[in-house]
Design a binder for this molecule. Structure first.
Ligand code: SF4
Length: 270
């Protein structure tokens, strides 16, 4: 069970404007001040209701409007996870607020170009980039589980090098964002722009869920957004080096991820 923070934020005002009116530790203490009725719901239930309402209200909103809502609603208890395939989310976030927190999972298996993109994003955009490491180094994992676990049991490897580190990194937050888009995969078609992340018991924001690849490409071009150099070298979807292969023009962009295996997701978004 995720450890819930002690702070509470109201997501609506008595005038229904959607802005935060109080932040007083717990829902009960907050409502005593803001005048909201205290339904006796725990904080996770309130967050779930906020997520589901926002998912409906923001379905046709722009990515900037969705990120603005997230920043206004959660403040410093909101973070964005990025794999540094490009600086798109960082650019969008910095266009609506200063110093939004970004989480980057350094699995120990990244391409040099991906680490370079992280460093360029951190120095170019008004965001705070935090790099999170797995509990075991690659050397320690090889010693305990044998070499090339990614080849023998990629689900276990992803669990230790992506899923657990993200869960740990998101502990201090009430809401997190990803760059998932509906057009990327069948498994992502039902993604809401804001939804309840039941696994982590927190709000998940997907600001570009409704964008197509063409929308993303147009934004990148129009705003001269930093892009991982591998994207120009046959890698439209970039993950860890051992599990990411080039794809031919016109092929499914994600077909280069865990190619030859049934695996299509690392476990973070499912
Ligand atoms: Fe391991 Fe491959 Fe998953 Fe990276 S993508 S964590 S190398 S299995």
């Amino acid at each position: 069970m995720r450890r819930r923070g002690t702070r509470h934020r109201c997501s609506v005002t008595s005038a229904g404007t959607g802005s935060i009116v109080a932040d007083r530790g717990t829902p009960r203490a907050c409502h005593a001040e803001c005048g909201h009725r205290d339904f006796g719901l725990d904080e996770d239930v309130e967050l779930q209701q906020i997520a589901e309402q926002a998912g409906r209200d923001l379905e046709t909103a722009t990515p900037q409007e969705i990120l603005r809502w997230a920043v206004d609603t959660f403040g410093d208890r909101f973070a964005i996870a990025t794999s540094m395939g490009d600086g798109l989310l960082a650019h969008l976030a910095s266009s609506v607020a200063s110093g939004v927190q970004l989480v980057f999972l350094d699995t120990g298996y990244h391409f040099a170009e991906t680490l370079g993109t992280r460093d360029a994003v951190a120095s170019s955009y008004d965001v705070q980039v935090r790099t999170v490491l797995p509990l075991l180094s690659v050397t320690q994992q090889d010693r305990e589980y044998g070499a090339d676990l990614w080849d023998r049991d990629p689900t276990l490897c992803c669990a230790m090098r992506k899923v657990e580190p993200l869960a740990r990194a998101l502990e201090p937050f009430d809401a997190w964002a990803s760059g998932v888009r509906r057009d990327e995969a069948v498994s992502r078609r039902d993604t809401r722009v804001v939804e309840w992340d039941a696994k982590r018991q927190m709000v998940k924001v997907n600001p570009i869920a409704t964008w197509t690849q063409a929308d993303a490409d147009a934004y990148v071009a129009a705003n001269n957004v930093l892009v991982n150099l591998l994207a120009y070298d046959g890698y439209p979807s970039i993950g860890c080096a051992p599990c990411t292969h080039r794809v031919a023009p016109g092929e499914d962009p994600r077909s280069g991820r865990w190619s030859g295996q049934a695996k299509t997701e690392c476990g973070i978004h499912v």
